[in-house]
Design a protein around this ligand. Structure first.
Ligand code: MG
Length: 377
């Protein structure tokens, strides 16, 4: 961005009606812009607990809440919103995020558009902490979108009408509960089911007794033998499954590569793919990758992962944790460029505090608001 453009933004932000300033007002206020040249970004954060509508069960545990950290970055009258979602099994917590964010000093930067410098600094504050880092990245992206008065998907040149349908996850449960949940998910054009246990075929048969909708399958590394995995993928294809996520343990590169070479369905690396360098490692091991902001440290690296995966002719899926509409709306800015979206996270909670990207008849509908396009409810 040119310095004259930055000056415009600083000048424009002097007024509450910033984007409605006429040229005369701009000239009149130009002399005042220097007053704000020393302004600093201020980061604030607070813990929040998401209440889940239904008990969420994975292989090792069940839970009814998800801890998150909500961030805000203030700059020259604008506020960017961010979020870290931290399901306990991933190792981050409100305590670890607070400890990380307390070390962050954004006051040393004068220009929020210098994302490469700022986010390299954030990444270097401490190792790990991908969700806490994402909460800063998201708030910064929201802030610069607001400063430019444009949604990120437009700044990036994406067509919002190309946003995909999102899958909706049907959790593991007793057959009658699964049937009921499947019936209730009628608006969704693709359903996601979790496999990797000894009830896999029963789960698929139960869902197929209710609906013919396309399915996607997340094995969460649950198939340990490659020949068994290949047999299961052939079975899944017959049952109308469109892709298979993380079929075998992430450490088994040879097994996953063997499987991908023979699989009649695309395979997607999720647990195996956290950040940018993992995309190269996943090439020829999986057909595609699952990008999540809470793994990638936010939008900037997620965008790079998307670009690299496309250059390698890999499929791209966009996933999420249970999150408010803040982190979901942030991820959704990338959704026009992906093959599949799994952005049902905000639909699973009962105490969302933002409104932004919506899901209507199963389709991801991006808001035209600036930045990540959210408003506090
Ligand atoms: Mg997964």
């Amino acid at each position: 961005m040119s310095s004259s453009r930055r000056d415009f933004l600083k000048i424009a932000s002097l007024s509450a009606g910033a984007m409605m300033l006429n040229p005369f007002q701009l000239i009149a206020s130009a002399t005042q812009s220097t007053i704000f040249s020393g302004n600093k970004m201020k980061l604030r954060f607070r813990p929040y607990t998401l209440e889940l509508k239904h008990v969420f069960t994975i292989a090792t545990s069940s839970r009814t809440t998800t801890p998150v950290m909500l961030t805000e970055i203030d700059y020259e009258g604008f506020t960017g919103y961010g979020e870290a979602s931290m399901p306990p099994y991933l190792g981050e917590s409100q305590e670890s995020a607070a400890a990380f964010l307390s070390k962050v000093d954004l006051g040393q930067f004068n220009d929020p558009f210098d994302l490469e410098t700022i986010l390299a600094y954030i990444d270097g504050v401490a190792p790990g902490n991908p969700a806490a880092k994402a909460s800063v990245d998201i708030a910064l992206h929201d802030l610069i979108g607001k400063l430019l008065n444009a949604p990120l998907f437009k700044i990036w040149g994406f067509d919002k009408t190309k946003a995909p349908y999102t899958s909706f996850t049907i959790g593991i449960d007793k057959p009658d509960v699964v049937r009921q949940k499947t019936k209730e998910a009628g608006e969704f054009k693709i359903l996601k089911i979790k496999l990797g246990r000894d009830t896999d075929k029963e789960m698929i048969e139960t869902i197929r007794s209710v609906t013919d909708q396309p399915l996607c399958v997340d094995v969460n590394q649950g198939w340990k033998d490659k020949n068994f995995a290949l047999e299961m993928i052939h079975y899944c294809k017959e049952k109308g499954v469109v892709f298979i996520e993380q079929p075998m343990p992430k450490e088994d590169l040879d097994g996953n590569a063997w499987l991908t070479e023979r699989s009649p369905l695309p395979t997607i690396g999720d647990e195996a793919v956290q950040r940018l360098p993992d995309v190269m490692k996943a090439h020829k091991v999986y057909s595609g990758i699952n990008i999540k902001l809470m793994k990638s440290t936010g939008l900037r690296e997620a965008h790079k992962m998307l670009t690299l995966a496309r250059a390698l002719d890999m499929k791209v899926m966009l996933g999420c944790m249970t999150e408010t509409s803040c982190a979901i709306s942030a991820a959704a800015q990338l959704s026009p460029m992906v093959d599949w979206a799994d952005l049902d996270g905000a639909l699973l909670i009962s105490n969302d505090i933002y409104r932004g990207t919506e899901v209507i008849d199963g389709k991801v509908i991006l808001s035209d608001g600036p930045g990540i396009g959210i408003k506090k409810i």
